[in-house]
Ligand binder design. Structure first.
Ligand SMILES: Cc1ncc(C[n+]2csc(CCOP(=O)(O)OP(=O)(O)O)c2C)c(N)n1
Ligand code: SF4
Ligand SMILES: [Mg+2]
Length: 452
């Protein structure tokens, strides 16, 4: 069971309070556990620790302790009427790149797929299900993300053989086992480095990074920042559950201040990262946020991220029902979501609360207005996902201010050359000028030493 949230008892003063009229900024973006507690599904005892999950850190061959009970989210056929997002710009592979050979096996017919137009066997969701035993805890939000990706891929991938999922370490990082594509469950925090190398040398591949808040923002924070500034053409799924799930519930760099865990019994003192603002600060070219409990929105964001050329950072609020249950319920549950979440779309007015409220920009601040007394959506901010100042305002101010809704959707998108394309162009140009090099000749060239 998740530890009790007794952060009020933390030493060194009271926990940060919500932002008041004077504009004080709290450290606690989303106090987990302030809503009414939600019953976690019963979890059978494992290793003598009742109620705790047993997720092996590595090794797909260990017998599964339990089977998932949560059905994949987003059931039913794919719908074309999801949120409107910027149009696709990314070709399936760089112009002129040779088409990969497609093995004849492993194809099913599904009229929804787009491979038909290319004369390819058409893919369906089932083609992307590996059949490996899924080891996440029953009720974990990871299932919904897996289902959404498997549903989106038939539309996005020409062939399974072109798709690679690269992860670090964590519950979320077990993702590649469950995808019937190429994959690499790699090194803690190093998925961006491995994905960069792969994309740079095999630009025709469609490379996805799967990572958690600990993996990407603790041990891998440096790699994440460099991947973003380089703008490597990757899709990054950042599963944010505000906790280290795999290692049984330590606070993470996105946990709120005062988080009580077994490793922080008096409450954590760390100020949390805001991943969207961090990505904007690192000059990321595509920054989006979505929710495990909104599969339609998640699929639309996945497609927009895939269409973007460059690093598409997609933060996914993911419920860890064992160690941090309800961390995002304000944004996902029917009673609170309308007031606490706003779905932004490029070119659309920023309205929320079922159309009864909207956002306006007043100087350098965002304000909420009631849409009554003659005020309509036309009086609200029209969201412009190419405006970086606006994106930063939305990502930053609305993260900390509990009186305003938190934005979901594509917060920011810009076109900038990708690192992998620039690298390949440079190599081609230098090769044209100087010819193909020889590694042995290169090593023996210039100043050399003989160690005696
Ligand atoms: C070098 C190294 N340091 C620490 C660990 C222990 N460890 C494994 S996963 C993990 C954190 C995972 O958290 P997160 O990325 O948020 O993934 P989640 O399990 O929540 O999906 C840690 C600290 C490790 N395996 N290797
Ligand atoms: S993230 Fe939490 S609920 Fe999900 S598998 Fe890990 S420990 Fe279990
Ligand atoms: Mg985590």
């Amino acid at each position: 069971m998740p530890p009790p949230d007794d952060s009020a008892a933390r030493p060194g003063g009271t926990p940060p309070q919500p932002r008041g009229a004077e504009g004080a900024r709290p450290d606690t973006p989303q106090p987990a556990g302030t809503r009414k507690p939600v019953e976690a599904p019963a979890v059978p005892p494992v290793d003598g620790e009742p109620g705790e999950p047993a997720i092996p850190e590595t090794g797909p061959d260990t017998p599964a302790p339990r089977t998932p009970t949560m059905p994949p989210a987003g059931g039913g056929p794919r719908k074309a009427d999801g949120p409107k997002l910027p149009p696709s710009k990314k070709p399936a592979r760089p112009p002129g790149a040779p088409r990969p050979a497609v093995p004849p096996q492993a194809r099913t017919i599904d009229p929804e797929g787009d491979g038909a137009a290319l004369g390819l066997p058409v893919l369906s969701r089932k083609d992307f299900v590996s059949g490996a035993d899924v080891r996440w805890c029953p009720g974990c939000g990871d299932y919904a993300v897996l289902a959404a990706v498997q549903r989106a891929l038939p539309e996005l991938a020409e062939t399974r053989e072109n798709v690679v999922f690269i992860s670090g370490i964590g519950c979320s990082s077990r993702f590649p086992y469950y995808m019937n594509t190429y994959g690499f469950h790699s090194i803690h925090g190093r998925a961006p480095a491995i994905a960069t190398g792969l994309k740079a040398t095999r630009p025709e591949l469609d490379v996805w990074v799967v990572t958690g808040d600990g993996d990407a923002l603790s041990i891998g924070a440096g790699h994440t920042a460099h991947m973003l500034r380089r703008n490597v053409d990757l899709q990054v799924l950042l599963f944010n559950n505000q906790i280290y799930g795999l290692t049984k519930g330590q606070y993470s760099p996105t946990s709120e201040v005062g988080k009580v865990t077994k490793s922080s019994p008096y409450g954590s003192l760390d100020h949390p990262f805001n991943p969207a603002a961090l990505a904007l600060g690192a000059d990321g070219t595509f920054v989006a946020r979505t929710l495990d409990r909104d599969p339609k929105h998640m699929q639309a964001v996945l497609k927009a991220g895939h269409a973007h050329r460059g690093t598409s950072l997609i933060e996914i609020y993911q419920n860890c029902n064992i160690f941090n249950d309800g961390a995002f319920f304000d944004f996902t549950e029917r009673d609170s979501k309308p007031l606490r979440a706003i779905m932004v779309e490029h070119g659309k007015p920023a309205v929320y609360a079922n159309g009864t409220k909207g956002l306006v920009v007043d100087g350098l601040k965002v304000r909420s207005i009631d849409l009554d007394g003659g005020r309509t959506a036309a009086d609200c901010l029209t969201y412009d996902s190419s405006d970086k100042s606006l994106a930063f305002l939305m990502a930053d101010q609305l993260f900390w201010d509990a009186d305003l809704p938190r934005p979901f959707g594509v917060l920011y998108q810009e076109d900038r050359p990708t690192y992998d394309a620039l690298l390949n162009e440079q190599v081609a140009e230098v090769t044209r000028q100087r010819g193909r090099g020889e590694l042995a000749a290169l090593l023996a060239s210039g100043e050399t030493w003989t160690i005696g």
